[in-house]
Design a protein around this ligand. Structure first.
Ligand SMILES: Nc1ncnc2c1ncn2[C@@H]1O[C@H](COP(=O)(O)OP(=O)(O)O)[C@@H](O)[C@H]1O
Ligand SMILES: N[C@@H](CCC(=O)OP(=O)(O)O)C(=O)O
Length: 369
């Protein structure tokens, strides 16, 4: 028995599109019911469950008579818009069979990186769990643009697990475990446990499975496992039909062991969930202050600025060689910064007003890379 699984009180379960759709396309209600049965049993055991479910795009294809997963974003978004309603409707009916209510939570990258949004997402999920509602999370596909998409729900699930301080993340797919290579090939072996990066050496991480509705294949699942285990959360990867034994601690699938203690949740998200919108070049004194002394970044220590960011965006702080040393949420727009560089906050406040006394990046909004 896996103690990390049996002792988990708050569990994030992610299910992929390939496990929710029939071969002919469209939602497979029997599979949705089967998942609700497993998660319903966990809930009645007093455990808190957050479900991250893909399948909006896949569920929207049949009603729109689209034969396969579209490549262009607009058609994907249209399919998701149709499919997400059907998906959540089906979940509501399936969970109702166990007396459980579900709540839909659609997230974009900003919702988990910008401080105000992040707090709000956390509060909502917390409240739903307190009310014994099963939150069903997906990416907000209809509004997410190419640049701000998570793109894969494996990573979203890892970040949600970090956000809610989960004790366990379970990734359910159409393959029963991680294999040393494409499981369709005869010479591959199942990997039962991953304790460190070394255990992943020599493994070939392939593309999505034959169903053709998944997105990331094993690459995004292993990446999600890295994010979660780096946050101190164990991960079990297995096939959807094995969810019940996996969640009762049987040794099915692949167990990824946590590799470290948990850092502060929001900063962890900042490092992993965002792509920088610009770069601030720091002089050596500023690098020293930010990295070694964990100080806020002030205008005086910045030598140059690249990118077209606005206040609140994530930016990388780079050293004289251009290597990123930290990522943070910037307090100024890119156009404002050049005239402030090299000047002390006292001087700026005297010349431009007290609003210019603020740090360029506050230390609470900084994570070292
Ligand atoms: N090393 C590997 N171990 C296991 N599965 C792999 C591996 N490489 C590629 N795959 C493929 O990844 C697929 C799962 O990814 P994907 O189709 O994106 O699933 P989901 O829709 O569940 O997110 C499996 O069906 C399998 O064929
Ligand atoms: N948000 C998309 C899911 C994207 C995704 O990651 O899909 P999958 O690889 O099946 O987990 C949808 O609901 O269709």
């Amino acid at each position: 028995m896996r103690e990390a699984v049996t002792s988990a009180r708050r569990i994030v379960v992610k299910i992929g599109s390939s496990s929710l759709t029939t071969a002919a396309g469209g939602l497979d209600t029997a599979r949705v019911d089967a998942l609700a049965d497993v998660l319903g049993a966990l809930a009645s055991d007093g455990r808190e469950v957050v479900l991250v479910s893909s399948g909006a795009i896949a569920a929207g294809l049949a009603p729109l008579s689209i034969p396969r997963r579209p490549r262009d974003l607009a058609t994907q978004q249209a399919a998701a818009s149709v499919g997400q309603g059907l998906l959540i409707g089906r979940y509501a009916a399936s969970f109702a069979r166990h007396g459980l209510t579900v709540g839909q939570v659609l997230l974009t990258v900003d919702d988990v990186t910008r401080r105000a949004h992040y707090r709000n997402a956390y509060r909502t999920l917390r409240k739903l769990l307190d009310m014994r509602v099963v939150p069903i999370v997906n990416e907000n596909d209809t509004v997410a643009t190419e640049e701000i998409r998570f793109g894969d729900n494996d990573r979203l699930a890892a970040l949600v697990a970090a956000l809610v301080h989960a004790d366990l993340l379970v990734l359910l797919s159409d393959v029963d475990a991680l294999y040393t290579g494409d499981p369709a090939r005869p010479d591959t072996r199942k990997v039962a446990e991953v304790r460190s990066e070394q255990d992943l050496a020599g493994i070939t991480l392939g593309r999505p499975g034959k169903a053709g509705v998944g997105t990331g294949g094993m690459v995004t699942k292993v990446e999600a496992a890295r994010i979660a285990t780096g946050f101190g959360i164990p991960v079990v990867l297995t096939a959807a039909p094995l969810a019940a034994p996996a969640l009762t601690g049987d040794e099915v699938g692949t167990l990824f062991h946590p590799v470290r203690q948990r850092p502060t949740a929001r900063l962890f998200w900042l490092a992993h969930a965002t792509s920088p919108r610009g770069r601030l070049h720091l002089d050596p004194g500023a690098v020293q202050a930010v990295v070694a002394r964990r100080k806020s970044l002030l205008p005086a220590g910045i030598t140059a600025v690249d990118g077209a960011f606005t206040a609140g965006d994530p930016v990388d702080l780079v050293d004289a060689s251009g290597a990123p040393v930290a990522r943070g949420l910037v307090n100024y727009d890119a156009v404002e910064l050049p005239s402030l560089l090299g000047r002390s906050t006292g001087e700026l406040a005297a010349a431009l007003g007290p609003a210019y006394e603020r740090e360029v990046v506050h230390r609470d909004d900084l994570v070292l890379l």
